[in-house]
Design a protein around this ligand. Structure first.
Ligand code: ZN
Length: 233
């Protein structure tokens, strides 16, 4: 059967089928690690989260012999987020081991692989906001399916949940009201657009606070984000 026919019969994406067919038999199973080159299964939920982290605080460095290292900078104030980054890396490339380097106030969670540029094709020279950041079709499919995880990764890296406290004087004494809100700050127009497009798809209202900051302040929208993001931990 042709790729098209198999696609229609099984509902598996055509690009995925072509990847499976392209696996060279000469690569032993133990040497296969890449979801793109070797057709290894990819954990979509972990990938969407890691993509958010990568587009926020992630960096891919070119090492020796065609090996790349993905670094995710994690603030030591939130050990739960460091652990979430470790787990996402381990789920996306289970064949490789996760490393951690301590820096002042933060931990760099990292993993080396020859395949980071296949897994994150947005890798390129210079800062992310100086070049176009466009998702490939297969990444778009994953982000559409796991939009919440993608938004969670972006907010965990470049966003925050802040609480605005307001005092209201009343007869029986002052009362304090708390208004939680979310902010996402990124210098790249493309990355902010990926963030807001995904919020639109999830039906979460947002607004632009200034050129680089997107805010989510409406009560229902904040409640929706609280379901799958919440305060940093
Ligand atoms: Zn690869």
């Amino acid at each position: 059967m042709t790729v098209r026919e198999v696609h229609h019969r099984l509902g598996v994406g055509q690009s995925t089928l072509r990847n499976w067919m392209a696996v060279p038999d000469k690569i032993p199973e133990s040497k296969r690690s890449c979801p793109r080159c070797h057709g290894c299964p990819l954990d979509g939920s972990a990938y969407a989260y890691l993509l958010g982290l990568y587009l926020g605080d992630g960096h891919i460095a070119h090492g020796r012999k065609g090996v790349f290292r993905l670094d995710i900078a994690c603030c030591d104030d939130w050990p739960g987020l460091t652990e979430a980054a470790v787990q996402a890396l381990a789920a996306v490339l289970p064949t490789n081991s996760v490393g951690q380097r301590q820096r002042t106030g933060c931990t760099i969670v990292n993993m080396t692989s020859k395949h980071w540029p296949c897994i994150f094709p947005q890798h390129g020279p210079g800062m992310k906001h100086t070049r176009a950041i466009v998702l490939k079709g297969w990444q778009d499919e994953i982000v559409s399916e796991f939009g919440e995880e993608f938004v969670r990764g972006l907010i965990h890296s470049d966003g925050c949940r802040a609480v605005n406290r307001v005092r209201r004087p009343l007869k029986g004494g002052d009362r304090w009201y708390e208004y939680p809100r979310y902010f996402f700050t990124n210098a790249s127009d493309d990355i902010r657009e990926l963030f807001t497009d995904t919020l639109d798809r999830l039906g979460i209202e947002w607004k632009r606070s200034n050129k680089r900051i997107i805010s989510i302040t409406k009560k229902e929208a904040v409640a929706r984000l609280d379901e799958f993001v919440g305060p940093k931990y």
